[in-house]
Write a protein that binds this ligand. Sequence first.
Ligand SMILES: Cc1cc2nc3c(=O)[nH]c(=O)nc-3n(C[C@H](O)[C@H](O)[C@H](O)COP(=O)(O)O)c2cc1C
Length: 187
Amino acid sequence: MSGSLRRGSYNSALLRATAELLPEGMTLDIVTLDDIPLYNEDLLSEAGFPESVQRLRAQIAAADALLIVTPEYNHSIPGVLKNAIDWASRPPEMPFAGKPAAIMGAATGMMGTVRAQQHLRQILTMLNVHVLNKPEVLVAQSREKFDADGQLVDANTRKFVALLLQNLGDWTHVIQRQEAAPTALVR
Ligand SMILES: Cc1cc2nc3c(=O)[nH]c(=O)nc-3n(C[C@H](O)[C@H](O)[C@H](O)COP(=O)(O)O)c2cc1C
């Protein structure tokens, strides 16, 4: 998922670029957040969560691993992303729990979302998501890394994204073995 809703988003372009860099055997399903309402328990009905939230939760639950691409807004993650995570964090099913994940982000400034990614890691720890540590994909000065059509054209960034995906695949196997073991951590 990408934490930006705008059409020309560098973060959504970064997410789309992963489709070209996936290792063999890995597939990408993009989750959209534009129809997720603001978190409000009054929206819960007898049918449960709002339909768009149910879809989001089901997509997270079905994924072997998660890839979250976040912009940085005022040194943190955008409300759009936090809101979606909050909806998906609620019981009863806890779709995030125990999932392997990788994060990355693109910013127009020099810092490449490093502060937002630190906040995102902190949030995901609460949800018992197992976030990959390396490589850190911090796409700084994003205007120079994408062409006018939103294609990721920076060779170095493509190399880091490909490594992140490779490591996420390996990490997913490690976590799956751990979760299947009798000593798996309490959720
Ligand atoms: C409300 C807001 C706050 C922002 N705060 C930061 C920030 O703290 N650090 C940063 O590097 N960029 C910041 N930016 C600039 C974003 O990096 C830039 O708009 C980026 O393109 C957003 O991601 P997107 O292209 O995927 O929409 C901010 C942008 C907005 C709209």
